[in-house]
Design a protein around this ligand. Structure first.
Ligand code: FES
Ligand code: FES
Length: 152
């Protein structure tokens, strides 16, 4: 089957039941998405499929017919995504394990809600768990990224 990841088309010979996360990490070496719970509960594995944030641990690769974008694909080192820039500015990460998923959720959220309230940010990010409890900095970084995306 064909799978487009970060604008690269891959031809993969794989069982369609295999979760997308396994294909990304183990077959394609794309290690930004992390394995946390494997049960769609923590958000560490979040990627975009056709721009929508999905839990890649719980999506069979055979069901993926649209392009996949991971944290490696939303920006480049010389042209970071606004969310990635804001995460650096606010030094959000502690251990970092959850943060690629956090940023992918934030990026998809801001694409649909450019001017969010604190409550909307908290709601949008509530499914992404952080055992280091970086939540206050996540909220600040999402606000900064939203302002930068609006050109404010
Ligand atoms: S590893 Fe996918 S939601 Fe936790
Ligand atoms: S930064 Fe450690 S789990 Fe979130």
């Amino acid at each position: 089957m064909k799978l487009t990841v970060n604008n690269v088309v891959h031809q993969i010979d794989i069982e369609p039941e295999m979760p997308l996360l396994w294909v990304l990490r183990d077959e394609l070496g794309v290690t930004g998405p992390k394995y946390g719970c494997g049960l769609a509960q923590c958000g560490a594995c979040t990627v975009h499929v056709d721009g929508v944030a999905v839990r890649s641990c719980s999506v069979p690769v055979g069901a993926v017919t649209s392009p996949v974008t991971t944290i490696e694909g939303i920006g480049r080192p010389d042209a970071l995504h606004a969310v990635q820039k804001a995460w650096i500015e606010h030094q959000v990460a502690q251990c970092g394990y959850c943060q690629s998923g956090q940023m992918m959720t934030a990026a998809a959220f801001l694409a649909t809600e450019p001017n969010p309230t604190d409550a909307q940010i908290d709601q949008a990010m509530s499914g992404n768990l952080c055992r280091c409890a970086t939540y206050p900095r996540i909220r600040q970084a999402v606000k900064t990224a939203a302002a930068n995306l609006r050109g404010a």
